[in-house]
Write a new protein. Sequence first.
Length: 272
Amino acid sequence: MKKLLYIIIGISICTSCEDVIDVEVPNGEPRLVIDASFEIYLDENPIDALGGVRLTLSAPFFDDNVPTVSNATVFVTNLSDNSIINFVESGELGFFIPENISIIPEFNVDYELTVIYEGETYKATAQLIPTVAIDNIEQGEGTLFDGDETEVIVFFTDDGNRENFYLFDFDFNLYLPSEDRFYQGEAFNFSYFYEDMIGGEEVTIKILGIDERYYNYSNLLIEQSEQDGGNPFQTPPAQIRGNIINTTNPDNFALGYFNLSEANRFQFTIQE
């Protein structure tokens, strides 16, 4: 809000000038954007799998309308046995889901996403990345700048047998990547602060296992979204390369990422 206030003040001052300056923002050719993110809840019975493949086209920076892509072929191949899961467009334009069965990947198996669009083939490979459980969530009494934030304290225990990267999802399109460099194999907790929360409001907090490359990608998206606003995992305003390759025409690369995360979630009610 403070940044927004400064911007508004700056605009008010500038409007007192008589000269008008037109700023041209360079716009490249639209690129295919592939957002293929899956959350697998192996600790739940039955196992729940969330996610799908969202296809859009990149849009000019100041354009509020993001074109969706429907005329594409989408499938995922299990490279250990070459079995294929076909995807079909759901009731939401540009969002593709498995045709018959949910995608329940196994650990240490490569899965290849294929998207065929306008005669070109885009591919990406991912493995299911493990996570740990959220041990507990408590509401604290700490605040930050304005004094009316709501503190939640997240408790979890890192798996000391591997180098772990996590993506925390705090609901409302709020995300936080984390790596276990400083808490390898330890019980750990940290505070997160919400704004404009009311007593009785429910939130679902998730911890997703991700690899180092997706960790770096997430950091870049979140840094970018803080400057532009909005959901960092929607169409990025700048061309941040993910793990998707155009095998037909490498120069016409796609934006976006193919990610498979084991996930754990914890529902919490904000206290008065």
